[in-house]
Every structure is written in C-alpha cells, then in structure tokens.
Design a protein around this ligand. Structure first.
Ligand code: C2O
Ligand code: CU
Length: 732
C-alpha cells in the first residue's frame, strides 16, 4: 500500500545524441494531437496535449549499452471518464514505448527478444508489458501502479512471464519523484511556535487550539502532519448558522411531479439535521435535504416561486438546463441576488431529457454544503430511452466536514479551503450516511448519480455486481459501456445500470488513493457509502437478459453526428487552468515547493486539512487564462453567435505551486468531450461539466445554441469563490 520513496535514478534532462529526424507518430490516426506526445528532445515551447513531465518517462540505458535510449508515453485509455481508474483508485495508463539504438539482442548473448516490464519500486510484482523492437514504437500493455519502474530486458525467448536476461533500459515513473518533506521543512514544522510566528495568517488570527472558534480539525487516519500546520488559521471569522426561534427537523426529500404549466413554491430555510448521533443546523429547500426531487417531462415549462429564508443573499441556478438566460440564477450576471426575505420567480423549460440539479450560485461553499441542492429528472417521452431496469434510484453524493464540536465553521467574509476545496470526512448519500437499498436477486437498478460535494471526486463501485454506464450530464452515450468503477467529479451526473445477480449484500464503495504530501506516499482509502441487500425470490422478466448486451443509442448518435458534422478543424479557443499564491505561511510555502516535484492526475481526498483550511482569497487565486490575450477570469471577453460550434481546449497547467484537477462547467449550452490528453474519445455524450486532470488537456466541442451571458467556471465551490470563473456572450 504505502511505498517508500527512493532516490531518483533518472535525471530530468537526458544528455544523449540528438536524433536528426522528428519521430513519426503512427499510433495517432485521429490527428487530434499537434505533436508526438513524448519526443526525445522536447521543444521547450511546444505545448503537448499531456504534459511530458507527468505523462512521459525517459528510459536510461544500463552501462553496457550507452547509446540506447527509450521514451515511454503514459497514455490515457479512452473511456467514458476523463481518467481511467481501477476500482481501488489507481490511474490506468497504456504504455507506448519508443526505443532507439538497441543492438540486435543476439549481440548481448544468447538472447532473441527484448521485453518490457512494469515493476513496483521494490521489483515485485513484475508485470509483462510486451515485446519491444530494437528501434521503433510499440503500444504495450497497461500499468496501474501508483509508482513503478519500467524495465526492458533481453530475453532468450519471446514469451517468458518473468525477466530472466539482463536489463538494458530502465526508468522510474513520475510519481517516484514524490519525496518525504525535507529536513528544513521538518525543522520549520516541528515547532508549533515557529509556524505561528512565521505565519501572517496564524498571527492575524492569533489563537491556538479549540477556543478560537475554529476548533480542532480531525486528521485523516495514517496521514503525517507537521505540528506547525496545526496552528494555521484562515483570515476570516468563523461562521455557522444559528438557531433563531423554532427550527424543524430536516425531512427526507419528496417527489414533486410537475406537468407543463405547473408551478411550485420553493423556500430556502434553516433546518435541524441529524448525522449519526450529532445534531447540526443546515439549510433545506422546503425543509428537505436534499431539496424536493422535481420530475418533469421533456419540453415542459414550469414556474418556480423562490423565497429566500436564509441569512445570505442567494438565487437558484438550474444546473445543466439550457433555459432562458434571465432565469439562470447567477447573481451579478443574470439577476440581482435574492436578499433575505425576498422572492424571485423562475420560468424554466426543459429541452433535454436527463438528470439535473439545482443549487444556489452565491457562496456555494457555504449554502450548498449546508444542504441547498436538489435533483431534477427530465423524462423523455420515449419509455425505452435508457433501456430496461427494474427500478430507479436517484443518489445525491456529498461529504460533510465534521470536527469535535460538529460542523467545522465556514469563513464569514470569504471562503476557506481555497487551495483544494473543502473535503468532508463524512460521506452522505441523499443527505445522510449509511444508504441502504433492498432488491431481489437478478434486479437491474438504474442509478442516477449526482455529485454535489464542494470538491470531492468519487470513484464508485459495487464489488461483485456488474455495472454499465448509460448516460451522463445532458444525454446518453452513443453506446453503453461496461465499467468497473464510476468516476464522478463535483456537479457531474452519470446514469448507470447495475445488476445484483446473487443473494447477499453488496456495498457501495468510494475507493481512492490518498496522497500523504508530507511523507511522500500513497495510501488506499475506502469509504462505505451504503449497502444493497439482495434477498428474496429472484426476479423474472427481460431486464436481466437485456442487461447482458451493450445497447447502442441511435438517437444520441445521430444527434451527436449532426452537430459534429459542423465542427471546424482547428481549436478556436483555449483556456489555461492555473493558480497563484501570496503571503502564504512559510511552512505551507515550503511544503508546497517540495510537493510540486510531482502532481498526481487526481487529488481524490483531503490529506492536508490545516493548510487547506487556512487558505482564502487573501492567499490563493485560481485562474482561467486565455493564452491568446493573456486575460484572466472576469477580464476574459468571449463572444459567439447562436449556431456556432467551437473547439475549446482546456489546459490544466502543470507548472503551478499546487495543481489539482478541475471540474469545469459551462452554463446554458452543451458540449462533447472529443479528447483527453490528446487521446480521442470514440463514445461521446452531451455534457455540461468535465473533469480536467492535472497536466492534461481536454478538447471540447461546444455547441452554442442558447443566447445570453453565461458563466464558465470551476465547480469546486472554493475555486469558484477565489476567482476561477468567466462570462461569455452568445448573440442571437
Ligand atoms: Cu452548478 Cu455555475 O453551477
Ligand atoms: Cu478548480
């Protein structure tokens, strides 16, 4: 599970003879890539689709073969998600290896073949990746290890399952650069006083321990923490909702079916909620957490009269709906905020079947986290839209950050947790821990998943039950696909069919790899979100048989083809995802510098709770930058026309002080994810939110179908709060 750091074998730059001709890249017929992703001699000004520092490995020769060299690309396998993870959360890569100047293996002794292997840093286990030519490029097998070695050996025969001959090339994976914090860091971090004295933030809010209003934050199990970190406090006043008068208990959500022309009253207000044996104050819509489950027909128009019964200004955003711009619910862009006690009436038409949600668009880090989020199902008139299932379950995934005394406070003046977003430590399904479902053997359940957490990306699995993905944000995939786990970032939705074949009990798990940034290693984390009990008489019917085959969605494919046919070739717009910091406490700055030697594609859980808590807009700014003009965030001015179809490239910049993945959401329109890290997708679906892995690009085809002024932003609530947003205009 945890691996010890080892000294790096591979220097950052290889001093080897320069290859005259550029490498042809025969494995990329799609032409989505501008250049070979892992050239031997990278042009420092070239901008690869996946940053070579994280997705390329230079192989060094062993001493007897000084001229030979190799370069491995860690390529993303195409699939329905931006990252391909194993059920326990390790990133899967396809290794594409280019070798040069290896002699004929016979010259080294009694050998006929070169074979590539992947091995853990301690050399067991070793996995065979495939045969390698002395010179040339080969697509090899997959690797899914947190840290690994790539080795090429000369072998007496072509199909050995373990290396027996001499190694000729070797490399360490980029994650091997993760190091335990260095000596200076530990000296700085060892003394509680030095951290506070060096830290403007800690000094600004002085207090230590539990009586300064922030309380103590529980440390995740098994994670190393420097004592000085524990003294860090944000430059903000701790805030929690207060009970004024009688407060009712939150009720479970109710189903509200709305026909065309119907209207609904929706009020936000304070509720009491029970999480395990604790009682907390939260916010609910109509007294419910999650908010009422709205069920409407495709193309219906409904009216929602909203009243603000909380103490913050707010509004309701209808996430993913291509609605009339003035009802999009973004204070300062499409409407004035709805002040406490005031009302606003929304008229919403639902043009696309699927699973959506609604939430406030003002201090989401507080309001949404406290419970203001509800789901919305838009039903297609076609009863076979998703294919057969025995039942439907609508699951809203969330997490809550609980300390010793209940909820960890929020920042009153500004959001806390600006670095990584507020990771919770208590997992919730539909507002509560311990989700439970009873089904009969053989049942196929259609799950609609929505991630409403501030920052957590879930990697969901039902061990022992088969699962296939059917649809996502704004429609179905062109065809169903088997999945071992389902990766869902904040604000994304997925529709998946799961068959519970055998009697017994099947947990719903979130399994990820946590990163201990101080000790410099990975740890497996398993959260049990709930349990499905499979019991009773087996079910009959054809849903079970239909489940066994992967359906094609002809209607989705035709609709996607229709828009794709209008797609221009070149990328028209690009956005870089970046960040900058100032006035960070020295202990934090030092740790971030050590840490930036390697960034994992996905920061799946919160392992730096204090340094994360203390960061606000005073120290951290997350950035969307248009490289064509240099404009950032609100200064970007993009104009389109209704009917435009535009290629948009999102580039998650590797060279920042602390990078992480960003779920980027575009309001009022829909898009296709054409490629991730330069690897084209061959099974598309309409989406409104896409996860951009660290150091990677994501190429979108954005269809501009809906006029107005719309937002594009990161859906990590705290990143949005510290600036990671822009507005674009679509003209009639
Ligand atoms: Cu779900 Cu701009 O938001
Ligand atoms: Cu972000």
């Amino acid at each position: 599970m945890s691996e010890r750091a080892r000294p790096a074998l591979v220097p950052a730059v290889l001093a080897l003879p320069v290859l005259a001709a550029g490498l042809a890249w025969p494995l990329d017929p799609g032409g989505a890539r501008q250049a070979a992703p892992c050239p031997f001699d990278p042009d420092p000004t070239a901008r690869a689709a996946a940053d070579p520092d994280l997705y390329c490995m230079a192989l060094l020769p062993t001493p007897r073969l000084l001229d030979a060299r190799g370069m491995a690309e860690l390529r993303r396998p195409p699939g329905p998600f931006s990252l391909d993870l194993t059920p326990d959360g390790r990133v899967r890569y396809r290794v594409v290896l280019t070798t040069q100047y290896l002699p004929d293996p016979g010259e080294l002794g009694d050998y006929t073949t070169y074979v590539a292997w992947a091995a853990s840093p301690v050399l067991t286990p070793v996995e065979r990746l495939g045969i390698v030519p002395p010179s040339g490029t080969r697509a090899l097998g997959e690797v899914a290890m947190n840290r690994f070695l790539l080795l090429v050996s000369a072998e007496p025969d072509a199909d050995g399952t373990e290396p027996s001959g001499p190694f000729v090339l070797r490399a360490q994976s980029p994650a091997s650069r993760m190091q335990p914090a260095d000596f200076l860091e530990f000296v700085l971090g060892a003394s509680r006083v030095s951290g506070a004295a060096d830290s403007g933030a800690a000094a600004a809010h002085g207090g230590h321990g539990a009586d300064d209003g922030w309380g103590t934050i529980p440390m995740p199990a098994g994670i190393t923490m420097l004592p000085a970190m524990m003294d860090l406090r944000p430059r903000a006043t701790p805030w929690l909702p207060e009970a004024r008068g009688q407060i009712a208990d939150a009720r479970p959500r109710e189903l509200v079916r709305l026909a065309d022309g119907d209207s609904l009253d929706l009020a936000a207000g304070v509720v009491r909620r029970r999480i395990g044996d604790r009682t907390l104050l939260g916010y609910g819509f109509n007294g419910q957490i999650p908010g009422p489950l709205l069920w409407v027909g495709e193309d219906a128009t409904v009216t929602v009269r909203f009243t603000n019964g909380i103490e913050w200004p707010t509004a309701i955003h209808w996430h993913g709906i291509r609605l009339d711009n003035r009802f999009d619910g973004v204070p300062g862009v499409t409407q004035d905020p709805v002040l406490p006690g005031e009302s606003f009436t929304y008229r919403i038409r639902f043009p696309d079947p699927g699973i959506y949600w609604y939430h406030p668009h003002h201090r989401e880090d507080v309001q949404q986290d406290l419970g203001l989020a509800g789901n919305l199902v838009v039903e297609s008139p076609d009863p076979g839209y998703y294919g057969p299932a025995h039942r439907e379950e609508i699951l809203m995934l969330d997490d809550l950050l609980l300390g010793e005394h209940g909820l960890v406070p929020y920042g009153l003046e500004r959001a806390t947790h600006a670095l990584m977003g507020r990771f919770g430590n208590t997992m919730l399904v539909n507002g509560e821990p311990g989700y439970a479902l009873d089904v009969r053997p053989g049942e196929v359940v259609r799950f609609f998943f929505t991630n409403v957490s501030n920052t957590r990306t879930f990697n969901l699995s039902f061990p022992g039950a088969r699962m296939k993905v059917v649809g996502t944000d704004v429609g179905n995939f062109e065809r169903e696909a088997w999945i071992e786990s389902l990766l869902i970032a904040p604000a994304e939705r997925y529709v998946a069919h799961v068959r519970f074949a055998e009697p017994g009990s099947v947990p719903l798990l979130n399994r990820v790899q946590a990163i201990d940034h101080v000790a410099g290693h990975f740890l497996s984390e398993v959260d049990t979100l709930g349990v499905v009990r499979v019991d009773g008489e087996p079910v009959a019917g054809q849903a079970g048989e239909a489940f066994a085959t992967l359906r094609a969605h002809e209607a989705a494919r035709r609709e996607i083809e229709r828009v794709r046919a209008r797609a221009p070739d070149p990328v028209a717009r690009e956005l870089e995802l970046d960040m900058e910091t100032r006035d960070l406490p020295l202990v934090v700055e030092r740790l971030m510098q050590v840490d930036s030697a390697y960034f994992h594609p996905l920061e799946a859980t919160g392992t730096m709770p204090m340094m994360n808590l203390m960061s606000t807009s005073e120290e951290v700014r997350w950035i969307l930058r248009d490289p064509a003009t240099g404009a950032e965030n609100d200064d970007i001015e993009w104009r389109f026309r209704v009917g435009d179809v535009v290629r948009l490239r999102l580039r998650n910049v590797r060279r920042t002080l602390h990078q992480m993945q960003h779920p980027i959401h575009i309001h009022g329109q829909r898009f296709l994810v054409l490629a991730v890290g330069g690897v084209p997708n061959d099974n598309l679906a309409w989406k409104d939110t896409v996860l951009v892995p660290v150091g990677s690009t994501v190429d979108l085809l954005l269809e501009l179908s809906n006029p107005g002024r719309w937002m594009l932003h990161c859906h990590i609530a705290e990143h949005l709060e510290v600036g990671m947003k822009m507005v674009f205009t679509v003209e009639e």
